[in-house]
Design a binder for this molecule. Structure first.
Ligand SMILES: [Zn+2]
Length: 233
């Protein structure tokens, strides 16, 4: 996806210190309150089955409120389908038990350059409208003695995507998790994504995309950052 850096959607995340919006028009609703997903203390007291039963009940109420006839063959299964999709698929990343297990390997071949995994596809959902955010994540790190299986980079991106999200937080959560797992600050992330809350409703701009980035440790050096950007361009 070629970034279209319209002022409306371009934003930069500068290493957790501050978030710079290049245009105030980004909208009041696009506010991230913390790097951690805001969760209640009792978030996991209910089982998945109990959650699905609750969501099924409440989603049926929403559909009925909209005037839909839930006796229709095409609609009657929807509340149950939505409940299962929320808990088991698109919001399964809220539950820490679903975090992918990650094995590290000794960096026996002494590869000390950066490793870049680019164009990792992901699907997430905007926490302000509950409609999709989708795009590509580019992830890089410089090994500090240990390396990670390549597919685990995809799985970590996808785990944090399976939450109601804002793109800035998604970027930070992937970066912080990789830094923790790999034991190094030397992690870079760039995410280029489309937000259907911008494309299909509201301002209905379906050509812009949103870019967020994180540069930790050595990636703050201009030459290292430039190398990363060259690989993903
Ligand atoms: Zn939104």
């Amino acid at each position: 996806m070629k970034p279209n850096e319209t002022l409306l959607n371009t934003l930069l995340v500068d290493n957790n210190k501050k978030i710079m919006f290049t245009d105030e028009e980004i909208g009041d609703e696009h506010i991230m309150t913390s790097v951690d997903t805001p969760m209640r203390d009792d978030a996991f007291e209910m089982s998945d089955e109990e959650k699905m039963a609750q969501i099924e009940y409440h989603f049926r109420q929403i559909m009925e409120t909209l005037g839909l006839d839930l006796k229709d063959d095409s609609l009657k299964g929807t509340p149950k389908r939505v409940a299962k999709m929320y808990v088991k698929e698109i919001f399964s990343g809220l539950d820490p038990k679903n975090m992918p297990s990650v094995a590290l390997f000794d960096n026996k071949y002494q590869y000390n350059e950066m490793l870049v995994e680019k164009n990792i596809s992901f699907y997430s959902n905007c926490e302000h409208h509950f409609v999709p955010i989708f795009g590509k994540a580019h992830v890089a790190y410089i090994a500090n003695g240990q390396v990670i299986g390549l597919s685990k980079l995809n799985r970590i991106v996808q785990h944090f995507a399976k939450r109601p999200q804002v793109q800035e937080r998604l970027t930070m959560q992937i970066a912080k998790e990789l830094q923790k797992i790999l034991g190094t600050e030397d992690v870079a992330i760039m995410i280029d994504a489309k937000h259907l809350c911008v494309a299909s409703r509201g301002v209905k701009d379906d050509t812009s995309s949103t870019i967020t980035s994180y540069y930790g440790g050595k990636f703050q050096d201009d030459a290292t950052k430039a190398e990363f950007l060259k690989y993903i361009s």
